[in-house]
Design a protein around this ligand. Structure first.
Ligand code: 5FU
Length: 297
């Protein structure tokens, strides 16, 4: 048995972002995060316009491509064209302003999937400065635990005063990932040491916390200090994976069997030939029904 998203909000007294996210999930009845790996700001905004009603989170990636066809259809052939770079072609403050408008209109949070991985002093600068100034607009970002606690401390110095929060990448969905076993265990310990800034994990399953009965009032009065929000990428209903090692599982598998809290879906929603709105609805329903089933366990 498990608690509802709303009941878990009290487990995050130090993280307003976590409480906001849990509230949005409950209000909009969606545990879907759409990962927008598109290359032009116009495309990103067009997808958000479509999926906005069905998501709790938008996961942004700063990507670029040589494709200049300008059409959404052409741009959506990104499984090979997408690359992570530090400079986006047409990034400007206008994108951030538009994102903020859409965020208010549709009530979702923004997760910049930056995957920081350097020493504390460097990530501090990467998070606060440069062209993107991620800390100014992203409610949530994430970091690899590999450099040790310094990476969290550095990001926290910038993000905490702004009310931002962090996820730790403790597992990855790709085949052959090294983030397993003792690495994952160490990542969990790091997160526990920084509960004032870390709200959860990118992982394939629930990693911490206790089980409670959502219908038992006595249970619900207890605060679970080991509760972290788990967000899982590698979710797809139509494909088993891609040619570059990505591996997909169904929302039901991820949320019901593995106890994850948020499903992260990219190409399953806006891949070539997909009806973005229909797919967003399908994933939203699938993720939410799996959660409702989990409450009954
Ligand atoms: F940390 C991870 C991970 O382990 N697997 C991922 O796939 C992050 N991701 C991201 O989720 C990845 O960078 C994409 O942005 C997104 C999955 O996209 P897809 O199109 O659904 O495969």
């Amino acid at each position: 048995m498990s608690r509802t998203y709303a009941q878990r909000a009290k487990n995050f007294p130090q993280n307003e972002v976590a409480r906001m996210l849990l509230k949005i999930i409950e209000q909009k009845r969606t545990n879907l995060c759409v990962a927008i790996d598109l290359t032009k700001k116009r495309q990103v905004l067009e997808v958000i316009e479509k999926v906005g009603p069905y998501v709790c989170l938008i996961k942004e990636e700063r990507t670029n491509s040589k494709d200049s066809s300008g059409s959404i259809k052409g741009k959506l052939r990104f499984s090979k064209a997408k690359t992570h770079i530090d400079i986006i072609e047409d990034f400007d403050q206008g994108l951030i302003d538009e994102l903020r408008i859409l965020q208010e209109r549709f009530n979702f949070l923004i997760f910049e999937d930056r995957k920081f991985a350097d020493i504390g002093n460097t990530v501090k600068l990467q998070y606060s400065s440069g062209i993107y100034k991620i800390a100014e607009w992203a409610h949530i970002t994430n970091a690899h635990p590999i450099p040790g606690d310094g990476i969290i401390k550095g990001l926290k110095e910038v993000g905490k005063p702004l009310g931002r929060s962090l996820l730790i990448l403790s597992e990855m969905s790709s085949a052959g990932s090294l983030a397993t076993g003792s690495y994952t265990e160490a990542a969990i310990e790091m997160a526990r040491r920084h509960r004032d800034f870390v709200i959860g994990f990118v992982a394939g399953r629930k990693l911490t916390g206790n089980n409670y009965d959502s219908k038992n009032q006595a249970d619900n009065d207890v605060i679970d200090n080991d509760d972290f929000i788990v967000m899982s990428p590698g979710v797809g209903l139509s494909d088993a994976g891609d040619k570059l090692g990505q591996q997909y599982r169904s929302p039901r598998d991820v949320v019901l069997k593995s106890g994850s809290d948020v499903i992260i879906v990219g190409r399953g929603i806006y891949g070539e030939g997909r009806d973005i709105i229909e797919e967003a609805k399908r994933y939203q329903e699938s993720g939410w029904n799996a959660y409702l089933e989990r409450l009954e366990l």
